[in-house]
Design a binder for this molecule. Structure first.
Ligand code: V47
Length: 620
């Protein structure tokens, strides 16, 4: 997949070279991009990064906003939502009123509101707990850092305790609001009572430590300078390097309303909006997602943003008030069909997601799944996808989507292939290792025999490595451990005696070590030393029901792509390798350690594992 850009602004060429090499952009680069008249080239650069991160996927969620009250102790200049108790427009919702706004199809409830002086702590917990208990399919994204800090001060509890109690009540992620612009100058002028950058980051980092992923925002288009916007992005990038806990970045276009900061109808321009989306995609190289929040951008600009770096459309957003009270001209709710149409029109895959960005349902055909790990890159680096669209997806999720007939072909986790062999056909390629793999690792505080009765945190990303771990523990070492699934995103590993990680996360931790764990075991090496056979982690397979010419076409595409890679793994995956902390030599060595062709020995390894894992009979 190559991208050619015909620049009208030569100043961007140097930045494009950096982007292609995976190098980090500077404040100066950011300013050059903001000042360029060459909007389309900027968009193409951002789209290149978007494709690397998310393939053709654009995520949306069926969500409902709950703004439980507009009564607020603060009086921020830019806010047209908050009011004071007793005023005619003031409202406070009861838990029952809140529950009546939610329907069982909703996957994410986004709670944020004013900060009244007289609500007891239990009232907030009750809201979260009641939603969690009554709607098991709905995850709660709740309370900005400003609200968490308010709870901490008002209820005299450490921030960590506030977060822990909310998590126990059912809160799963935190929204990104309250960040505004990380500039003391702007804070003093527009929101002097709000926590500044320091407080905001303290809360988010505390959440990440507890295993609560969070979002981030930037409020732009008021009195801030371009430098201030970019410094804001760079502060977020630095924090993400530290914790990895941010899911998405949301540039919020300022809605002037009656705030008096700008004339009422002076919205940000579409060009500024698209530049800000594209620049954030390029600057925030360690953020998985960039959100085009249609509520503030309008549907039209959000639709264009999907080819300017954004891969996240928020969702249906029932009941939004903050932006609409300030004069937002977007509709109050977007119907699911409308979101799907916008994403399809942009040439993307509409992916309905849960709160952690796990795909739940896809709304187009011709989809090829892509394991989002370095070891799958040799197959995809030179892939000419033609009519197909690529969905990066963790192996286990790919299995679930395939069960629902939503994927035509992909690299399947071996266990998923075993379980679905009646509907899937092998294609002749795999990811197998002879010896160590370096990316399926058990980080432990105990040797194998001492893991008996201990609790192991296991990746939720694949069934195969988990099964391999269980086979090794039970059949090689004769011990039995307890297992607890890790969820997507950040996790608190300190509560486990050992953790099983796979993919890029394992590669990274293998290199730097994982805090709190002294021992590291490579599961492929454990297998090889025991069985003297390669271990097959994943196999290429396609739907048996595809027409024969389609099958032949797919096989040809993969053969062509792998052939073009031709063992030059640095050319194919050097930039990717760097993003997980590997030098070019390490990337070459890591990828050269795999067998990508499903040969006799690999098939033998598969059969042996199937026997040990006691999976029903399957012809390979
Ligand atoms: O922090 C307030 C902003 C934010 C105005 O995390 C305004 O997924 C524009 O954070 N014009 C709250 N913006 C909303 C928010 C959010 C929205 C959507 C998704 C997510 C997420 C988070 O709204 C506030 C403030 O920055 N805001 N007033 C205004 N007049």
């Amino acid at each position: 997949m190559t991208t050619e850009i015909h620049f009208r602004d030569d100043q961007l060429i140097r930045i494009w070279q950096k982007v292609q090499r995976g190098e980090r952009l500077t404040l100066e680069d950011g300013l050059t991009m903001y000042r360029t008249p060459d909007l389309l080239s900027l968009g193409k650069m951002a789209h290149f990064v978007q494709q690397q991160k998310s393939g053709d996927a654009v995520y949306f969620v069926l969500n409902q906003k709950i703004e439980h009250t507009n009564v607020c102790v603060l009086s921020c200049k830019f806010c047209d939502f908050a009011t004071k108790k007793g005023r005619p427009d003031a409202y406070e919702m009861t838990t029952e009123e809140i529950l009546s706004k939610i329907t069982p199809d909703i996957h994410e409830v986004h709670i944020t509101g004013g900060m009244p002086a007289d609500w007891p702590w239990e009232r907030y917990l009750d809201i979260v707990r009641s939603i969690h208990d009554k709607f098991p399919n709905t995850d709660v994204k709740a309370f900005t850092a400003v609200e968490i800090d308010f709870f901490h001060k008002k209820f005299k509890m450490p921030v960590e305790e506030v977060l822990r109690q909310l998590y126990d009540a059912g809160m799963r992620t935190m929204p990104g609001g309250g960040a505004e612009v990380f500039s003391e100058r702007v804070r003093k002028l527009l929101f002097p009572q709000k926590i500044g950058a320091k407080g905001w980051f303290q809360v988010h980092k505390a959440a990440h430590k507890l295993g609560i992923p969070t979002n981030s925002t930037l409020l732009y288009g008021h009195i801030e300078t371009l430098e201030e916007r970019l410094i804001h992005m760079m502060k977020l990038r630095e924090a993400q390097d530290e914790t990895g806990g941010f899911l998405t970045f949301i540039p919020l276009a300022f809605q002037p309303g009656d705030t008096g900061i700008k004339p009422k109808n002076q919205f940000t321009s579409a060009i500024d909006d698209l530049k800000t989306i594209a620049i954030s995609r390029l600057m925030l190289d360690n953020f998985p997602h960039i959100k085009a929040y249609w509520v503030m951008l309008t549907e039209e600009v959000a639709a264009m943003a999907l080819n300017f770096g954004a891969d996240d459309m928020d969702g249906t957003v029932g009941g939004e008030k903050i932006a609409h009270n300030a004069g937002a001209i977007s509709p109050m709710t977007l119907a699911k069909d409308q979101i799907i149409r916008i994403i399809k029109d942009a040439g993307k895959i509409p992916v309905e997601r849960d709160v952690y960005y796990n795909p739940l349902k896809l709304y187009t055909d011709n989809i090829i799944g892509k394991i989002p790990y370095l070891n799958s890159v040799p197959f995809y680096a030179n892939f000419e996808k033609g009519q197909y669209r690529i969905l990066p997806v963790a192996p286990r999720r790919m299995g679930v989507l395939s069960e629902q007939n939503q994927i035509d072909a992909g690299l399947f986790s071996l266990m998923d292939y075993f379980n679905q062999h009646e509907k899937l056909e092998l294609m002749g390629w795999c990811i197998a290792t002879r010896d160590q793999v370096k990316s399926v690792m058990l980080f432990s505080n105990e040797g194998w025999l001492d893991l008996n009765g201990k609790t192991i945190g296991i990746t939720d990303d694949t069934a195969t490595s988990v099964k391999l771990l269980k086979v090794l523990l039970e059949k090689k070492y004769g011990v039995s451990a307890k297992f607890e699934r890790l969820h997507a995103g950040v996790n608190d590993y300190s509560k486990y005696d050992a953790v099983l990680l796979i993919g890029d996360e394992a590669l990274r931790a293998n290199k730097t070590g994982l805090d709190g764990f002294e021992l590291v075991f490579d599961l492929a090496r454990e297998w090889y030393d025991w069985e003297k056979l390669p271990f097959v982690f994943a196999v290429w397979a396609m739907k048996k029901s595809l027409p024969e010419e389609r099958k032949a076409e797919l096989k040809e595409m993969i053969a062509y792509s792998l052939d073009k890679t031709a063992g030059d793994f640095v050319a194919a995956a050097g930039v990717y390798g760097k993003s997980v902390g590997l030098t070019d030599a390490e990337t070459q060595e890591y990828l050269a350690g795999f067998n990508f062709n499903l040969g006799e020995r690999e098939r033998e390894g598969m059969m042996k594992f199937r026997e040990l894992a006691r999976v029903e009979s399957v012809r390979t």
